[in-house]
Design a protein. Structure first.
Length: 439
């Protein structure tokens, strides 16, 4: 049998459409895609040539051009470089916000965490804000780690809330019972060495100012169910100072909340409450001689707008004097950071705590440092979450103190993000303090 004649080879696109091997040409589409890609990656360079410079709208250094020696990392880093270098990016974010507010009546969802953070306009990672006009520097806030939660909960009348307030209670890294047990172990280690120990949990903004929370938000039900139990254990098992009544009384006295609408921290009134509560706990009634009065206003960087990709927004706080003896104003400048130990000293006065005091705290200690300085004449501040101070250096600060104040914000305690509950750290403190008791 003779073989069938061989047909000339043809491109699959020339085959009849009914043929199983027919494939249409994509030449025009491929060309459009290539041109689009070329424009996207060369636009930043062209704009730079014509004098347009991108701004650092997210408080982080703009990404540089990726190295060709980075292997596949060159391709994964290229989109970040191109995105950062777009001169009109700030305008695009503003436009997205205007459309979202005008059409849907809400802010654009730039603050979604985890899985949701892969959208077309993902929320930027929050970096340390630039120094405020005056007052304490804005602290860094971690972004959410759980899918479904928000970095920022957008409340009523323009109020913003930190999403981790809810997430910490719904998905804690360590259960509250373990946290309280470890804090009690740390207390016993400190007190067994002859030192005094004070634990102070600073309430979340969502705890003290819940009236502006929206009707619905991720984590509402589980966080509100967990909060009463957490606070019960914080007060009864952790023996924390309960600052909530004094904070509520202070808010009633000034006629407004003492947490800023666009920031997760309290205003100066909260710092005064903390200083007074600590002093009275160490020496009951010592604050009876204190006098305080308004002394001007200042602007500080607001942290929550940064999680929404907005920079340059401030909160306005009322500053106060603090005269422990009723005469001498001892209120000082706010500390910039406490990643490494910072010591402040002053001559003793009537109404001051004069023992060597360690305040092992977080950003609320920073936000209160002006007034803590007035109450304590020999005080050292150190952040418990810093990676710039070793464990051995932190233990040394415990050894060098006569009073240990452990200050932590509610969300960190509820969420178990408290490194001082590490068993190895507690054992190191116990051993060192036992070797250096206070007599």
């Amino acid at each position: 049998m003779s073989e069938p004649p061989q047909l000339p080879a043809v491109h699959e696109s020339y085959l009849p459409r009914e043929h199983a091997l027919h494939r249409p040409r994509h030449g025009k589409r491929q060309l459009v895609a290539l041109v689009s890609a070329l424009l996207f990656f060369t636009t930043p360079t062209l704009l730079w040539v014509f004098g347009m410079r991108p701004g650092e709208i997210e408080n982080h250094k703009l990404a540089g051009f990726p190295s060709l020696g980075a292997g596949f990392g060159f391709f994964t880093d290229l989109p970040k470089w191109a995105t950062d270098q777009l001169s009109f990016r700030a305008g695009a974010i503003d436009a997205a916000g205007a459309v979202s507010r005008g059409v849907f009546g809400e802010e654009p969802p730039l603050d979604q965490g985890s899985a949701a953070n892969s959208g077309p306009i993902p929320a930027p990672p929050l970096q340390q804000p630039s120094a405020p006009k005056s007052g304490p520097a804005g602290p860094t806030l971690p972004t959410t780690t759980q899918a479904g939660f928000r970095n920022v909960v957008q409340g009523l009348d323009g109020w913003l809330y930190y999403g981790y307030d809810a997430e910490s209670k719904c998905a804690p890294a360590q259960d509250i019972d373990t946290t309280m047990k470890r804090i009690e172990q740390l207390r016993q280690a400190v007190e067994a060495s002859g030192r005094k120990f004070v634990f102070a949990v600073t309430p979340d903004k969502s705890t003290m100012v819940p009236q502006f929370l929206p009707d619905s938000y991720p984590g509402k039900d589980c966080s509100q169910a967990a909060a009463p139990n957490d606070w019960y254990k914080i007060i009864t098992e952790g023996h924390s100072l309960d600052l909530r009544p004094a904070l509520a009384a202070s808010a009633a006295r000034i006629g407004k909340p003492i947490y800023a609408p666009n920031d997760t921290h309290w205003r100066d009134e909260g710092g005064l409450v903390l200083a007074r509560a600590l002093a009275d706990q160490l020496r009951p009634g010592i604050s009876n001689s204190w006098q305080s009065a308004p002394s001007g206003q200042y602007d500080a960087v607001a942290d929550l707008p940064l999680l929404l990709g907005k920079s340059g927004q401030f909160k306005t706080n009322q500053m106060y004097t603090l005269r422990p003896d009723g005469v001498t104003d001892r209120a000082s400048e706010f500390l910039a950071n406490i990643d490494t130990p910072v010591q402040r000293t002053a001559p003793p006065l009537a109404g001051t705590i004069n023992q060597r005091t360690l305040i092992y705290g977080d950003s609320f200690s920073l936000a209160s440092s002006r007034y803590l300085d007035a109450a304590f004449t020999n005080v050292t501040y150190l952040a418990y979450s810093t990676d710039k101070t070793t464990q051995a250096q932190a233990v040394d600060q415990f050894v060098n103190s006569e009073v240990v104040v452990l200050q932590a914000v509610e969300r960190n305690v509820s969420g178990g993000l408290v490194p001082f509950t590490d068993e190895g750290f507690i054992q190191s403190v116990q051993t060192a303090l036992a070797q250096h008791p206070v007599r």
